[in-house]
Write a protein that binds this ligand. Sequence first.
Ligand SMILES: C[S@@+](CC[C@H](N)C(=O)[O-])C[C@H]1O[C@@H](n2cnc3c(N)ncnc32)[C@H](O)[C@@H]1O
Ligand code: SF4
Length: 472
Amino acid sequence: MITSAIPKLEPELMDVIRLFSGAEQLNISHEAERDGAYFINRFCVDGQAYEFRHTPQTQDDFFSFEDKSLFKRYAKLALYELLCKHFQTSLPWGSLTGIRPTRLAYTEVESGNPFEPLFNELGVSEENTALVRRVLDGQKGIYGYGKGNCDLFVSLPFCPTKCVYCSFVTAPIDKTRSYLPDYLAALDKELRAAQPLIGNLRSVYIGGGTPFALGVEELRAVFEAVAPLRTNGCEYTVEAGRPDVFTKEKLDLCKEYGVTRICINAQSFCDETLRAIGRSHTAMQVEEAFALAKPYGFTVNCDLIAGLTGESVEEFCKSVDKAISLDPENITVHTLCLKKGARLKEEVSALSGERLGSMIAYSRKALTAAGYEPYYLYRQKYMAGAHENVGWCKKGTASVYNVDVMEECADNLAVGANAVSKKLFLARGTRKSGEEYYKAGRIERMGSPKDIPTYLNKIEKIIAEKEALFTE
Ligand SMILES: C[S@@+](CC[C@H](N)C(=O)[O-])C[C@H]1O[C@@H](n2cnc3c(N)ncnc32)[C@H](O)[C@@H]1O
Ligand code: SF4
């Protein structure tokens, strides 16, 4: 619990507090002032006073950031340093709490500074700073702003069964199948209305739950509705998903409609873990799905999660090795993340940061040795051990969709229940050299209702609102 003399800072300071298990129980008060080049932060923790003085190490920051941002930066850093002392620890991302560490790096780079000194100042570990550098390198040729750039997301919140850890709004298809005909009709309506709103389509992504949970003809209806929008042959991902619903017919259909990328997600290759997390498939079925998909030549992504219930470091490392041996072009390593109130929350907080740290470190080493490069990276709130999710790829196979979504550098027109559309309003920036460039300005978001019946009832209104957003 924290009270600040600058109440606007409290939510940001709370984010720092949440990084330290046990810190929410402390009673902290805070005040801040500026003295010339110094930002002074004072805290009182359970009656004991502390003072921190910071000044930007890069003097350019005085000009490129408003005072408000600097006050926030140093208040968070001071609190981070205080809590590190209190709990005798340090964290891999230092005082950074944002979802996208790469955004901050790009802000520095685009204004003509290297980002590394700032990351160092904020307490980010050398390994993570180097990782961000590799991610920025991995995004070369994809990352960038351009007027009219847009990605299309189609949400299919249907799954074979609900996995215990899953934080996505999706339900077992047995319970929602009766909505499917109306849902497919609503998607078709949305996609027809979306066609004139899309400028330069960069990628299509069908995901949300498990698209392959649908039957062949139901999937065909979705692909048919997407086809008139994707006439330029851009990247086309189907998050096919769980191996227990893979069939040759569905893969044939993907090929027929020009899909370029599919996901065959293992999460773990340990059968005991798969049972415990409610996946209802075995590690062998993942291998079979890989074998079935191989002749089609899709770019394949395989998701893994570090920190799953009861899983040892050794078991996780074996899963990484197994995934590598199956040779997918992309491997995404998530760290278990549980929304407030999720069933496994206590287990996550019990998971030692050290064990998770070893899992993450192993995945980085093994994937690098196998020729994968990190190409996108994001963090979430309530993430175990304050770690991150990293998408790895073999050279030349980075997913445009993932880069655009993570870096928010293109519009996202999203259809279906619980789909969040984003419209970018670009701003102009000037580099030190005087060169002008486009950069992120305001982003407007529009989320569709999460539950299917409400989505269906409001479909006309949703279409009208999306039209207004994308023709603004
Ligand atoms: C929207 S899910 C769809 C994937 C597909 N339905 C499947 O399960 O194979 C995308 C990915 O998010 C990851 N994920 C879901 N819930 C998670 C959580 N609580 N913590 C970390 N990663 C999670 C999983 O790796 C999952 O494959
Ligand atoms: S199948 Fe995928 S989307 Fe569905 S509940 Fe499991 S992890 Fe979540």
